[in-house]
Ligand binder design. Structure first.
Ligand SMILES: NC(=O)c1ccc[n+]([C@@H]2O[C@H](COP(=O)([O-])OP(=O)(O)OC[C@H]3O[C@@H](n4cnc5c(N)ncnc54)[C@H](OP(=O)(O)O)[C@@H]3O)[C@@H](O)[C@H]2O)c1
Length: 172
């Protein structure tokens, strides 16, 4: 009986994957301008890469185009209908197959944008690692609106040009 129970617990633990959104945004929720970032903040880039380096990451086709020379993940999963097979990445044609593919690697999942992918996944994310940029920048890509009432601040760290805040979804 004990063996059956411990097997069940291990199985359940293996199935629980935390989904974390990682993004940088201004107070106005700007995350991008055209196909790029509106700011150049080396400290934020280093911090961002330290969070996702070697992890299982999911990104949209446009974010892939932005990052393709320096992909951050151990397993890089790109959602696109237009791209055709690319060496070293998993290509998925919709969000659900991307999440399934990510879960198959048996580790936590990091969602790194862009705007369209954040929009589709904010409803299922367990955590958000957000660099809140202090200055305002013009942009045309936005992080989805969310109510802070539904999230607990797990940690907050101050940097010269941004504040790094980790949010965890409140569970009822
Ligand atoms: N500040 C940050 O943290 C951050 C992070 C990442 C990106 N960004 C910024 O965000 C902007 C890019 O965001 P974006 O919304 O334009 O592009 P995106 O989300 O990176 O990519 C959009 C593309 O992903 C594919 N896609 C998305 N959802 C799909 C679905 N359900 N089924 C099939 N394909 C799907 C489509 O690719 P195909 O057209 O190839 O089919 C779509 O055109 C840029 O400005 C970038 O700099 C900011």
């Amino acid at each position: 009986m004990r063996r059956v129970l411990s097997g069940l617990v291990n199985f359940t633990l293996r199935c629980i994957r935390l989904i974390t959104i990682v993004a940088a945004m201004t107070k106005e929720r700007v995350i991008g301008n055209g196909n790029g970032l509106p700011w150049h903040i080396p400290e934020e880039i280093r911090h961002y890469r330290a969070i996702i380096e070697g992890k299982i990451v999911i990104m949209g086709g446009k974010t892939y185009e932005l990052m393709k020379k320096n992909l951050p993940g151990r397993n890089n999963i790109v959602i696109s209908r237009a791209l055709t097979s690319i060496d070293g990445i998993d290509l998925c044609t919709d969000i659900n197959s991307a999440l399934k593919k990510a879960a198959s690697y048996g580790d936590d999942i990091f969602i790194i944008g862009g705007a369209s992918v954040f929009e589709q996944t904010i409803g299922i994310a367990d955590r958000m690692s957000l660099s809140e940029i202090k200055k305002s920048y013009e942009g045309d890509k936005f992080f989805p609106e969310f109510s802070k009432e539904n999230w607990t601040v797990e940690s907050r760290e101050d940097f010269a040009e941004f504040e790094y805040v980790v949010y965890a979804r409140k569970r009822l």
